[in-house]
Design a protein around this ligand. Structure first.
Ligand code: HEC
Length: 171
């Protein structure tokens, strides 16, 4: 009674089941691959426009790059260059061309130096920050900076009193 006679047909049955399910799996696999390939062919043939799937927010309106937007504006209002806030004057163009590439004009606007002071800043930038040789432009730039961004006397203080008649304090 060690060999159960009924176990044989059962095991061959499960063998068939396994064979069948294996076959089914490969059929399903083939069908899936067929659909993928068909889908790819249809996609390549008709190249559908998928833009309708994009959300409207991701659509960025295209702006035409005109000469106007590429060229910097040189508009002067109230004696100041609109684009940079720099004071209009001789040498402004050279300063704009050489001094606003790496940082904004704010670094110029917020500083006041003598001609020597500006010169030493330029030398410092040339030695440490990769500022190029300015050649003949340098003296024009220095003139501009020294004239328009020179140290100013302290403001907001009253002019010192003069001609005061002091009186003796009495005991
Ligand atoms: C090659 C790049 C470059 C160019 C061009 C350039 N600078 Fe600078 N400049 C720098 C860097 C970098 C700093 C330091 C910025 C910081 O500290 O954030 C600086 C700082 C300055 C400062 C502040 C200095 C300080 O002591 O606080 C001034 C003023 C200045 N630049 C003026 C000028 C002027 C005027 C020109 C044109 C002649 C010019 N820069 C062109 C790179 C440049």
């Amino acid at each position: 009674m060690k060999n159960n006679p009924e176990s044989r047909p059962q095991s061959s049955n499960s063998n068939k089941d396994r064979l069948f399910s294996g076959l089914m799996k490969s059929v399903v696999g083939i069908v899936v691959i067929l659909f993928l390939v068909l889908g790819l062919i249809v996609f390549l043939l008709f190249k559908p426009d998928l833009s309708s799937f994009e959300s409207p927010a991701t659509k960025i309106p295209k702006t035409e790059l005109s000469e106007d937007t590429l060229e910097s504006s040189n508009e002067i209002v109230d004696g100041k260059d609109i684009e940079t806030g720099l004071i209009a004057g001789k040498g402004l163009e050279l300063v704009k061309a050489n001094c606003t590439n790496c940082h904004s004009s704010a670094l110029i606007l917020q500083n006041r130096f003598t001609r020597e002071g500006w010169h030493s800043k330029i030398v410092w930038m040339q030695q440490t920050q990769g500022l190029w040789e300015l050649g003949e432009s340098e003296s024009v730039i220095l003139d501009y900076l020294a004239e328009n961004y020179a140290p100013q006397p302290p403001q907001g203080r009253r002019i010192p009193l003069s001609g005061i008649e002091w009186y003796e304090l009495k005991d």
